[in-house]
Write a protein that binds this ligand. Structure first.
Ligand SMILES: [Zn+2]
Length: 249
């Protein structure tokens, strides 16, 4: 079972690569066959096997021998491993399925945000539709989702206005949509975890002089990290927090 889930994750990862490359370039993602970025040669099915084709071709195009970005096999591998991980934690449940979709979408969002400093609206609309479908099929409380939609997005919008756009609108929309999916407790937790991740990694990047203080660091990847952690471990973390408070009181 784990192996099948891993393979499924690799195959979806392959499609995520297409999304990461084409969506910010406003290209069609379903019908256009894969082709080499350097020579334009269309890629045969046997050269499109996730991870393996990259290793067999030693990271080069079969026809022009130009190097292929390592990002392709890494995205596939990350998605494959993440699906297995999610299956371990949440099992084959609606929450597990939703978290897998969340992970793949957040992976695409993070890489696009890192390279382009944007979070495309189309991806957020897709996520919102999936969230509404889950709501309908699994009869989640509508009020819980609605509060989740505004719980973090409204405070962030306030920060956006006060700071004159320091907080990106894409980040705010991401937290609204994922708040709808996760509910208000987990989305507040996601923001908290994302901010910690952002501060720790941001400060280290500046400390090790990888980035300068003035460079803008996209927040999307950190928020995504917080969202996935909250989706996976939110229930346990919130329960733990409530226990601690109870003891303290
Ligand atoms: Zn080529």
């Amino acid at each position: 079972m784990h192996f099948l889930i891993f393979i499924l994750g690799l195959l979806f990862g392959s499609f995520l690569n297409v999304c990461i490359f084409r969506i910010p370039r406003h290209q069609e993602i379903v019908y256009t066959p894969s082709h080499c970025m350097a020579c334009g040669q269309s890629i045969k099915w046997y050269d499109l096997i996730p991870v393996f084709s990259y290793l067999i071709l030693r990271g080069r195009c079969r026809s022009c021998k130009e190097p292929v970005s390592i990002q392709y096999p890494l995205v596939e591998l990350a998605n494959g491993l993440a699906y297995v991980w999610i299956y371990f934690v949440l099992g084959f449940t609606p929450a597990g399925l939703m978290t897998a979709i969340l992970f793949s979408t957040c992976l695409v969002i993070s890489l696009i945000d890192l390279q382009w400093m944007i979070i495309p609206n189309g991806i957020l609309v897709f996520l919102l539709i999936v969230g509404v479908l889950f709501q309908v099929f699994f009869e989640k409380a509508f009020i819980e989702s609605s509060i989740g939609f505004f719980a973090v997005s409204i405070p962030l919008l306030f920060i956006h206005v006060v700071t004159g756009g320091q907080m990106g609108m894409g980040d705010i929309k991401l937290m609204a949509v994922t708040g709808w999916i996760l509910g208000w407790q987990k989305i507040v937790l996601a923001l908290f975890l994302g901010s910690i991740l952002g501060s720790v990694i941001g400060v280290s990047l500046i400390a090790f002089k990888v980035m300068s203080r003035k460079q803008r660091i996209p927040f999307g990847p950190f928020l995504s990290g917080g969202i996935i952690l909250a989706a996976l471990y939110g229930e346990r973390m919130i329960q733990w927090y409530l226990d601690v408070i109870q003891v303290a009181l």
